[in-house]
Design a protein. Structure first.
Length: 259
């Protein structure tokens, strides 16, 4: 091998390494994989879904103004773009994998909220008082319209989870959930949300709890208490996935309990 060729290859490798590192820092191609933010959490979760080609819908309990719903859709679209690029890869095995991915089938985004703020409750946390986080459904609808014009299917369900759970279940019917985002703060609300989603979970489904360590991480309060009671009677086994933001924690569904 001539020396000039080796030098050329070395420079080429060095340049790609530098380019990759710059792009990664700018979050251009690999996304915010190492960020502890909610955006980083969505990137990791959708990364898990796309790496495993796990088909399922995204369901969010507690939408408020739609920030996390929009962030989740944005992270999803980045991976969807990656899948479409893979499908035309010159490497045939890549193209074949991408073309046969279940993720080419439609994924729907569901958001549930009173759209009247936190419901009346007796959970004694002044940061989750009745009416806090008030935002009208139209605010979220308008934001979704402004952000996405490209065939994303979203369903918003207005009312308490107790009352809208039935129509969510009807829409999901025989679909599965890949990511459930429980962002409703209260134990009673989180418990209701978990009971609604259980029949749609599958091995690999992620459950994100945005306020897992709220109530000062008290085991007997909030989303923590709801999940600890729920997992005892659930037909699945769950495993901690990663913590995020200030008080969030994600879990993975890893096993079905024997009947
Ligand atoms: C912290 S906010 C959600 C924040 C939102 N995910 C974001 O990205 O900004 C909590 C939301 O949960 C909703 N919520 C709590 N309990 C509920 C229940 N039982 N039924 C319906 N909505 C509920 C509240 O109305 C509130 O909008």
């Amino acid at each position: 091998m001539p020396l000039s060729y080796n030098i050329f290859m070395l420079i080429d490798r060095l340049l790609s390494k530098i380019t990759r590192s710059i792009l990664e820092r700018l979050n251009v191609n690999r996304g915010p994989l190492n960020l502890n933010s909610r955006r980083g959490a969505f990137h990791k979760c959708w990364g898990h879904v796309f790496t495993n080609h796990l088909h399922g819908d995204y369901v969010e309990f507690g939408v408020y103004r739609g920030d996390s719903l929009i962030e989740s859709i944005e992270a999803f679209l980045e991976f969807k773009k990656w899948l479409l690029e893979e499908a035309v890869s010159p490497e045939q095995w890549r193209a074949k994998q991408a073309q046969s991915s279940p993720l080419n089938d439609k994924i729907m985004f569901h958001g549930l909220d009173t759209f009247q703020g936190i419901p009346a409750n007796d959970e004694h946390n002044f940061t989750f008082s009745e009416g806090d986080f008030y935002a009208a459904k139209s605010v979220v609808e308008n934001r979704l319209k402004k952000h996405f014009t490209n065939g994303i299917t979203t369903h918003l369900y207005e009312g308490s989870f107790e009352s809208t759970g039935v129509s969510l279940k009807k829409t999901l019917f025989n679909r599965k959930i890949s990511i459930a985002n429980i962002d409703c703060d209260l134990e009673s609300s989180a418990m209701c949300a978990l009971n609604i989603i259980e029949e749609f979970l599958q091995i690999g489904s992620i459950i994100m709890f945005d306020d897992y360590n709220a109530f000062s991480a008290n085991n007997n309060k909030g989303e923590r208490a709801a999940f600890s009671k729920f997992r005892e009677k659930s037909r699945f086994v769950y495993e901690p996935y990663f913590p995020y933001q200030y008080v969030g924690q994600a879990f993975l569904t890893v096993e079905a309990k024997p009947d």
